[in-house]
Design a protein around this ligand. Structure first.
Ligand code: HEC
Length: 734
């Protein structure tokens, strides 16, 4: 029953209701006049569209449109919205061209919509292997498509790259980009340079070797592949860059793949003909285990510049040498020209997870400047001579006691895109402060196919006493920071209700748009940070907005859909009464009068905890241990999730030992992304987890904890419609 809603919603989207992989609809004259995408069209970046992931190759996410301004933005209203029937995170950046909007939804379903009316033109379901989601660290998400020529390109969670006809949605080609025996997944949007489709992948939590590949856009044939970390030296190195990198690794680092996945950011400078890729964390995370005799471990946590024609290495800059905290450098990179000490410099800018904002010369990779944009405990500063961080003594947890660290593995900034306004000269960063306690695993052994962090706990040591938890929770913050990249300091910042807020868009008319974790879409004055408008979106936003103009009307589009790593593990600050299954795309214009569908009784969760059962403390302790190591990453700390994956404390399935076993050990829900633990856990452990979840559901400790941080307790959760209502009034008021 439970799954009927999303399925029905998707079927309703389909034009003719049959269940084949895609449907198409009659084409209008405008459709037939499709203008093929070329480098020139992306470079021209005319106002009517948003033709590349970061709008242009420079990835500034800044629009020259100015109809919507600081004076009238409070007149924005909904022009149209479309329900995606999705209860997982939605991270897509819509692409708009020729009056058509192309988006991806959960399970890599691609939709082509009329950008003015929202009418569906076609839908393609690549029928991905949904079990693959269990191999994604951070939810079954996707960040969007790329356009080239007459075609649309998309990557899938099960590692495929697909070319579709932009007019009809028909498949041109569909190729596998990964070694299927390894836990690779794709969540990122492809980029296209010189007729080649570029795609990376993820999987460094589970043990893979990172790489990026280029495919011929016409034929789907692979043109080149660049690995980011060295393989087994006995097999020989692919190129000099790998031989060089291998000198910075020790031990049998290749056993667990080494990591360094290119799961999100890229940028391209057509003048210099350089492609920039952001490289991820090590596998396993713990540097002491990964590379026991030390070493920087190139090219982890680095920006690497490549020749896009052949994938050859040009330069690299490593922001976190000997990475051990999951400090990826896969975060959004922006290209700009900045005046620094009287000189115009071609720079590349990044705010990677490690908490420092970097400005580099993008021609050479030379370090120009860096400063911390959030509180940082692991390093004091970046040495301007060497460009290396100066680490705080005792910051590394290998061979030591657990260490409370800021930023934690969620990063000072995660994948959510920033924007750069040449008008204000500021970079707008969706920043956050989430501490984690890193501690070394006692008897680590690499096990393929499950989380391999080398930490005590799946990704952190979870303290269980209320004072420590309360202390840690109080440190958790989310902000929008307007950062001056020349002065390397904040111009202003706005504090949000919590972390894990959406990506950012800025416009020429000095408006900054951002969606938030507490289910709002807001506009700020780009120069001052003053909040100008906000709209209740019913579910949290992690995706980035875009803007485009058709027939003289400016539109702002953003996808809502609470999800991704932090949402799954820690929950978030969704207001009571919001609906975590509210994945949708919303498009706003001045004077828009449409409304979001009402939140129904059904969408609000049942909040009765399961009745206590009588088991020993030892069983509960085993259950908690097993839960933390196998389940918390998706179902949340303390078995309470405010995200899209069911809160086990509130699940009816928790009430029945037998159904519980069917789900956890027989794979009853594996088609929906719930892993089958058969062969990993035994029946006693699985039953102990159930006992722990029931204990947690009834525990005063957790109730007290949530009360102490002002989050609604389970009991309070049902008095929520009042909240939701007062929020909708906010919308009506503009
Ligand atoms: C990779 C993420 C992931 C992990 C890890 C995970 N789950 Fe799940 N689980 C899911 C998803 C997604 C669903 C929802 C599937 C659906 O849509 O029905 C789910 C559903 C469930 C349900 C059904 C809840 C309901 O009300 O429908 C149970 C029970 C469950 N999981 C138990 C566990 C246990 C126990 C563990 C650890 C041993 C675990 N899960 C680990 C993703 C995960």
């Amino acid at each position: 029953m439970k799954h009927l809603f999303p399925l029905l919603a998707l079927l309703a989207l389909a034009a003719c209701g049959d269940d084949t992989a895609h449907q198409n609809v009659e084409l209008s004259d405008a459709d037939l006049a499709y203008v093929p995408i070329s480098e020139r069209i992306i470079l021209e970046a005319s106002d009517d569209g948003w033709r590349s992931h970061g709008r242009t190759y420079s990835e500034q996410r800044h629009s020259p449109l100015s109809q919507i301004s600081t004076d009238n933005v409070d007149e924005l209203g909904l022009a149209w919205s479309i329900e995606l029937g999705a209860d997982r995170g939605i991270e897509v950046t819509p692409i708009v061209h020729n009056g058509t909007m192309f988006i991806t939804s959960t399970w890599n379903i691609v939709l082509a919509l009329d950008a003015v009316t929202g009418e569906m033109l076609w839908k393609h379901d690549p029928l991905v292997d949904r079990k693959q989601a269990a191999l994604g660290c951070c939810d079954a998400v996707n960040r969007g498509v790329a356009l080239w020529g007459d075609d649309v390109f998309t990557g899938t969670i099960d590692g495929r790259l697909i070319s579709l006809d932009a007019l009809t949605g028909e498949v041109n080609w569909d190729v596998n980009t990964i070694d299927k025996s390894k836990p690779y997944t794709i969540t990122g949007a492809p980029r296209i340079v010189n007729g080649m489709v570029l795609i990376g992948n993820g999987g460094a939590e589970f043990g893979v070797r990172g790489y990026i590949s280029a495919y011929n856009a016409q034929t789907g044939e692979m043109v080149w592949r660049f690995y980011t970390v060295p393989g087994n030296p006995e097999l020989g190195f692919e190129n000099d860059a790998m031989a060089k990198a291998a000198e910075t690794w020790t031990g049998e680092y290749w056993q667990a793949g080494g990591g360094g996945t290119v799961w999100d950011s890229m940028a391209y400078d057509p003048e210099l003909n350089q492609l920039y890729i952001g490289v991820g964390n090590g596998s396993p995370w713990n540097h002491g285990i990964r590379s026991p005799e030390g070493g920087d471990n190139l090219y982890l946590s680095s920006i690497v510049a490549l020749n896009p024609d052949n994938g050859e290495y040009i330069w690299h800059y490593q922001s976190t040498p000997a990475e051990t905290w999951d400090y990826t450098a896969t975060q959004h990179m922006i290209l700009a020209e900045l005046e620094i000490e009287g000189q115009m410099r071609k720079v590349i800018m990044q705010a990677p997870k490690n908490g420092f904002f970097y400005v580099l010369d993008r021609e050479t990779g030379e370090f120009i400047s860096a400063n911390n944009y959030v509180p940082v405990t692991w390093a004091t500063h970046i040495d301007p001579e060497s460009g290396r961080p100066v680490e705080v003594e005792g910051a590394r947890y290998s061979g030591s006691e657990p260490v409370l660290t800021l930023p934690g593995s969620y990063g000072g900034h995660n994948w959510m895109p920033m924007s750069y306004s040449p008008e204000t000269g500021l970079v707008y960063i969706p920043a956050q402060e989430i501490p984690l306690v890193f501690g070394e695993a006692e008897d680590y052994e690499y096990t393929p196919g499950i989380w391999n962090t080398g930490l005590n706990g799946m990704f952190a040591v979870l303290p269980t006493d209320v004072p420590t938890l309360t202390y840690l929770k109080a440190m958790v913050k989310g902000r929008l920071i307007a950062w001056d990249p020349v002065k390397q300091e904040a111009a202003w910042s706005v504090e949000h209700k919590g972390p894990w807020n959406g990506g950012v868009l800025s416009t020429k008319s000095n408006v900054v748009f951002q969606g938030t974790a507490d289910a709002h879409f807001a506009a700020y004055n780009a120069a001052t940070g003053e909040e100008l408008w906000k709209y209740f979106t019913q579910t949290g936003i992690v995706a980035a907005p875009i803007t485009y103009s058709i027939d003289g009307e400016q539109y702002v589009a953003v996808a809502a859909g609470w999800g991704g790593a932090y949402a799954l593990i820690a929950g978030g600050v969704l207001p009571s009464g919001s609906r975590p299954d509210g994945g949708r795309l919303m498009v706003f214009k001045l004077g828009g009068t449409e409304e979001l569908p009402e939140i129904t009784e059904q969408a609000i969760r049942d909040t009765t905890p399961p009745a206590p059962i009588d088991v020993s403390k030892e069983v509960i302790a085993l259950g908690e241990y097993t839960y933390v190591h196998n389940c918390s990453v998706c179902h949340g700390e303390q078995a309470l999730s405010y995200g899209s994956i069911p809160s086990l404390r509130l699940s009816n399935i928790t009430k029945s030992s037998e159904t519980w076993r069917t789900v956890v050990l027989n794979g009853a829900l594996s088609g929906y992304g719930m892993p089958n633990f058969d062969g990993i856990l035994d029946e006693d452990e699985v039953e102990a987890v159930r006992a722990y979840v029931i204990d947690a559901a009834n525990s005063e400790r957790t109730a007290a904890f949530y009360e102490s941080i002002g989050k609604p307790t389970v009991e309070q959760e049902s008095q929520t419609e009042a909240d939701a209502e007062s929020d909708s009034e906010e919308n009506a008021g503009g």
